[in-house]
Design a protein around this ligand. Structure first.
Ligand SMILES: Cc1cc2nc3c(=O)[nH]c(=O)nc-3n(C[C@H](O)[C@H](O)[C@H](O)COP(=O)(O)O)c2cc1C
Length: 314
């Protein structure tokens, strides 16, 4: 197997390439909140990490251009809400800058009145310990005074895209009783996992053939279907960060698959349209090839089973 370096260099020369490399470090997703006087602050952040166990210190990086800067820099407490897999909309909502992000969102006051959201996977309520000036961010150190966890599945962030945590495939296989190597257990979950892994890996080659990344393909397809969509709206539809949308659009402009309209919004070019349609045709043809060995009756039954598992009848 050959391992090809896709991009390398000095971060100062190509900021986007640098951020793409940083995106190869997968994280969870949090919303960090605080209250100062009658002002609430909250933002989606994936820079959260544990620093010290004794004393219990955590840190996160707060962008200096953040609208919430004044709240976080003055509040004596902040709360880290670790998001669960079904809270991607909340993550997108709190990734927007400014405005009243808390209107219409259910929350309750934690220590220092920092907002805690319902249904999150874990919370860490902190006393603001110290702030370190670090380039275009401040490192916010917090001493954890109370934590909670509820074991819900987690929302993840990698490659600039939101994702889900699935157990390593080997967990769906187990050694047989005599220890004779490994054997796939015929559980429905194991079978679904194997099918999902094989199909999604196989489709990657189809995407690669169009010369676009997953995010670029998704963004181009959304711009084609929703020409008036804003960056935030595209980000929500594509399950990626607004920054990843900007990066994808810059790449699509460079590739000639998209062009700027006079009002600044984006339009798909004729060449881009050819690519979008080709990607959709590839998806349909790929699926048809994978299913070609099934009779129409088998296919109908398989679809029925999958649908019922995804959304069981009440
Ligand atoms: C997944 C994800 C992670 C983010 N992580 C951080 C972070 O760690 N620190 C930060 O300052 N901004 C981060 N951002 C960007 C902020 O959420 C975004 O700039 C937000 O608009 C800030 O809100 P504000 O300007 O109202 O304070 C992240 C965005 C996303 C989508």
């Amino acid at each position: 197997m050959t391992y090809e370096t896709l991009e390398s260099g000095d971060p100062r020369d190509d900021n986007r390439a640098y951020r793409r490399a940083l995106g190869h470090f997968a994280t969870g997703v949090t919303i960090i909140t605080a209250r100062h006087g009658d002002q609430l602050g909250g933002m989606t952040a994936n820079s959260f990490s544990s620093v010290s166990l004794n004393p219990p210190l955590i840190q996160w990086a707060l962008g200096k251009s953040s609208q919430s800067l004044s709240v976080f820099s003055q509040a004596a407490h902040f709360a880290v809400n670790v998001l669960a897999s079904d809270q991607v909309e909340l993550a997108g909502h709190f990734a927007r800058s400014g405005g009243d992000k808390f209107a219409g969102v259910e929350w309750q006051s934690g220590l220092g009145d920092a907002p805690l959201f319902k249904g999150v996977a874990a919370t860490f309520e902190c006393r603001t310990h110290s702030t370190i000036d670090a380039g275009d961010h401040y490192i916010m150190l917090g001493e954890v005074q109370r934590f909670s966890r509820n074991g819900r599945p987690l929302l993840l962030f990698a490659h600039g895209r939101f994702g889900l945590a699935v157990d390593y495939p080997a967990a769906a296989k187990e050694s047989d009783a005599n220890g004779n190597g490994t054997q796939i257990t015929d559980t429905t979950l194991g079978l679904l996992w194997d099918a999902f892994s094989r199909l999604s890996t196989g489709f990657q080659a189809e995407r690669d053939a169009e010369g676009m990344t997953i995010t670029q393909g998704r963004v181009l397809s959304i711009v084609e279907r929703h020409p008036e969509a804003t960056t935030d709206a595209i980000a929500r539809k594509a399950f990626v960060s607004p920054t990843a949308v900007d990066d994808a659009i810059a790449a699509l402009l460079e590739l000639g698959f998209a062009a700027r309209r006079p009002n600044g919004s984006c339009a798909v070019t004729p060449e881009g349209l050819v690519r979008v349609l080709s990607l959709r045709r590839r998806a349909a043809a790929f699926e048809a090839r994978q299913l070609a060995h099934l009779t129409p009756e088998e296919l109908e039954t398989a679809r029925k089973v999958l649908k019922s598992l995804g959304a069981p009848e009440a």
